[in-house]
Design a protein around this ligand. Structure first.
Ligand code: SF4
Length: 328
């Protein structure tokens, strides 16, 4: 069923930008700049980049928690910008978010059962008895015991709290979940349990995920395709195989080469990323990556490269003057 669903489009983002007024400078902050992509039902898109790349802002813009400055977002063929507040609330039943920190994303004053049931109360779904039965079912489906319902979040470990947050996100039977660094606050030993749970729920419920992470090694395990962001712009996108077998943009190569390899045969020469990501309020001219790029030529300082498909891999696009397909 999941394979068939993966041909049906769920989300279409077209030329979306998000700009904030700068605090101490006159320059606006370009958090998201001209991002376009589509996502099918049951599919996972990984959005990767360093802190400050704009990926979390993009996640919130996709769910219309932050309205875009320009561009369009179509979810289930609905143009979110044209919906009334009531229609948007209704659409949100089908679009949920899981946050990085399960310690602060759950209200400590509410019992776990109340927390998980709250989205049903907000959207007025089912009778009280039906809501209680559904909470019990969902609690078990995320691997918690039924007794968890009467306890408070602080009584649980980080991994268990993330299971509670996942239960809360899936109880309205969403079609799309935006997961913003959902395992980065967890111990490594717990991370794979939560990733496996997300994959299991995707198979069972046909969920589409947007999986936001700074860690390409995490995204590699869950995503069908990957989009690499740098200072709000997409610098490379493609299927998981295309990105990992033929990383082309120097920034993507640096992120991949930073992944620790246990097997010495898998270790390639490391591309070290020097310096910090610049401020989105003061982006470098031309290719925003040029001050950190070992391959920069004069054109890189002047002209912003377009995101273009590689000649030999049309589903794999790269934004670079030097590594743009002809050089592959
Ligand atoms: Fe480096 Fe130039 Fe490509 Fe930017 S356009 S990534 S500076 S080579």
């Amino acid at each position: 069923m999941l394979a068939r669903m993966k041909n049906e489009q769920l989300l279409s983002i077209s030329d979306v930008t998000k700009t904030f007024a700068g605090k101490n400078s006159k320059s606006p902050v370009h958090a998201v700049d001209g991002v376009s992509f589509t996502l099918n039902k049951g599919e996972t898109l990984g959005i990767v980049g360093e802190s400050g790349s704009g990926k979390s802002t993009l996640g919130r813009v996709i769910l219309n928690l932050l309205p875009p400055t320009s561009g369009s977002i179509h979810f289930n063929s609905l143009d979110l910008s044209t919906l009334s507040a009531r229609e948007l609330r209704s659409a949100r039943r089908e679009m949920q978010m899981i946050f990085q920190d399960p310690f602060s994303s759950l209200d400590p004053r509410m019992k776990v059962g109340e927390l998980i049931q709250e989205p049903l109360d907000i959207h007025k779904i089912g009778t009280q008895a039906e809501r209680a039965a559904l909470v019990l079912k969902i609690v078990e489906s995320v691997g918690l015991s039924p007794e968890a319902i009467d306890r408070y979040p602080h009584e649980f470990s980080g991994g268990q709290r993330q299971r509670i947050a996942i239960a809360r996100a899936i109880i309205t039977k969403p079609k799309l979940i935006v997961a913003d660094e959902p395992v980065s606050a967890l111990d490594v030993s717990i991370q794979s349990q939560i990733l496996n749970l997300l994959l299991q729920l995707q198979r069972e419920l046909g969920l589409a995920y947007i999986f936001i992470s700074h860690d390409l090694s995490v995204v590699e395990h869950v995503a069908d395709k990957i989009m690499v962001l740098y200072l709000g712009k997409v610098v490379e996108c493609g299927t998981i195989d295309e990105i990992f077998n033929n990383p082309t943009h120097p920034y993507t190569r640096a992120l991949i080469s930073a992944i620790p390899q246990i097997n010495p045969e898998d270790r390639t020469q490391r591309t070290v990323l020097t310096g910090d990501i610049p401020s989105p309020a003061d982006r470098p001219t031309g290719c925003h990556f040029h001050p950190r790029c070992a391959f920069a030529v004069d054109a890189c300082r002047i002209t912003s490269p377009e995101l273009l498909p590689l000649t030999n891999q049309p589903s794999h696009s790269v934004s670079c003057h030097v590594f743009n397909g002809d050089s592959q």
